[in-house]
Design a protein around this ligand. Structure first.
Ligand code: ZN
Ligand code: ZN
Length: 145
């Protein structure tokens, strides 16, 4: 599956079955996306490949360690490798396909915007579960090791 930023400079490919998605409603994700929440998932490093534009990627890291990588040309958020995890954070709005994906986790619902109405039956967390627990919820049961 192919993903691209808005201008197309940054392009990547994800191999294998796509995991489920999460949305984070925290104030930082609102800023980085300009929207109510991000929509993202985690991809095994071995299933992820940059096709072009890696040199166009800029990175912003807050004092807290919160990091946002984005295309230096168009500003789209782009994937980044989560430290020591072997997982890429993947903003799924970049993917060329949308069929078959499902949001299964909502994070930081306690700090969501007042105008943000969360629908559907996905599990909601006041804050953030552990990365391990979150990733297990996202990966299809067949691929959880
Ligand atoms: Zn771009
Ligand atoms: Zn967030």
């Amino acid at each position: 599956m192919i993903g691209k930023c808005l201008c197309g400079a940054v392009e990547f490919e994800v191999a294998g079955e796509m995991p489920n998605l999460y949305q984070c409603h925290c104030s930082l994700c609102r800023k980085t996306t300009g929207a109510a929440a991000n929509a993202a998932t985690f991809i095994e490093q071995t299933h992820f490949e940059w096709l072009s534009g890696e040199s166009s990627i800029r990175s912003y890291v807050k004092d807290s360690g919160f990091r946002s990588d984005f295309c230096g040309c168009c500003g789209s958020p782009v994937p980044n490798l989560l430290r020591d995890t072997g997982l890429y954070f993947l903003p799924v709005g970049l993917l060329e396909e949308t069929k078959g994906f499902q949001v299964v986790q909502h994070l930081y619902t306690d700090s969501k915007a007042h105008w943000d109405v969360i629908g559907g039956s996905a599990e909601q967390h006041d804050e953030m579960p552990s990365l391990k627990a979150l990733n297990e919820a996202l990966q299809h049961s067949s691929s959880v090791s």
